[in-house]
Write a protein that binds this ligand. Structure first.
Ligand code: F6R
Length: 266
């Protein structure tokens, strides 16, 4: 696991965008796993900028989003599909038929989840999976206690996640209680994982997830078992890590001596 401590949110977003861009240069038809939430907004903004100003080509990519709320239609302003359209898809040249976001109105949920897993396999598996982390340590909507081998399925959200999401809804009763989410096992099969986090409110859970025990109580901790994870944090989110000085030193040395190896040596 490589842990990069960026100075601020902008640098975090740029470093993450560099990793996606490098992946696209290596393989223009890359399969990208994507996350929603406030954390990746800067990353998506940077990818849009590079597409517009520097010709970054996303015409061949295939995308799979991590999750979607149950019973929200893709056009609902709080749905994750809507978020992705507004923050990324509308502004780049991705082929709409290559976009996959779990469908919140699926009637046969189990069959839909199996189809989603099969689609990921048919696409050749995820090359790089972008993740945020919830205040309770969740990745995607794998709440504490989720099996570390779990697959795409319906999950009941925790009170904390529901409360965290309430800020986006006018009526607290509208906040979804369920979501369709990739499992921890699904995420662990991505060839590469890029976890990003910013802000002081993530500092404690980041320290638990990255330096604490591997436990289903903090599903992000499963990433310690993954063969190729890069974590990009801003200074606030990294503040409670025990080995902070070492992570900073590695990043500074790489920036100075071998920038191409950032995110490459784990
Ligand atoms: C979003 C997702 C979630 C978020 C997490 C952090 O697709 O799967 O796990 O990454 O809840 O959300 P933010 O970035 O809003 O703090």
């Amino acid at each position: 696991m490589e842990i990069i401590i960026a100075d601020n949110y902008e640098e975090m977003s740029r470093v993450a965008a560099d990793m996606i861009e490098r992946q696209l240069l290596r393989k223009p038809s890359s399969v990208l796993g994507l996350a929603t939430g406030s954390t990746p907004v800067g990353l998506y903004r940077e990818l849009v900028r590079r597409h517009r100003e520097e010709g970054l080509d996303l015409s061949k990519v295939i995308t799979f989003n991590l999750d979607e709320y149950l019973d929200l239609s893709p056009s609902h302003p709080q749905s994750y599909r809507y978020f992705m359209d507004e923050n990324l898809f509308k502004h780049i040249n991705v082929d709409p038929k290559n976009i996959h976001v779990p469908y919140g109105h699926a009637e046969e949920i189990d069959a839909f989840c199996q189809w989603y897993e099969d689609e990921i396999s048919r696409a050749g598996g995820i090359d790089i999976q972008v993740l945020g982390i919830g205040a309770d340590g969740h990745i995607a909507f794998n709440e504490p206690g989720s099996s570390l081998g779990s697959r795409t399925r319906l999950k009941t959200l925790t009170k904390q996640t529901i409360d965290d999401n309430a800020r986006f809804f006018d009526d607290p009763n509208e906040v979804p209680r369920f979501a369709i989410t990739m499992g921890v096992g699904t995420i662990m099969e991505a060839r590469e994982v890029l976890l990003i986090a910013n802000g002081a409110k993530k500092a404690e859970i980041i320290a638990h997830a990255l330096e604490g025990p591997v436990t289903a109580q903090v599903t992000a901790s499963a990433l310690q078992m993954h063969r190729h994870v890069t974590v990009v944090l801003d200074a606030e989110a990294g503040a409670m890590l025990k080995r902070l000085d070492y992570y900073r030193w590695v990043f500074e040395e790489k920036k100075r001596l071998v920038p191409r190896l950032i995110g490459k040596v784990t």
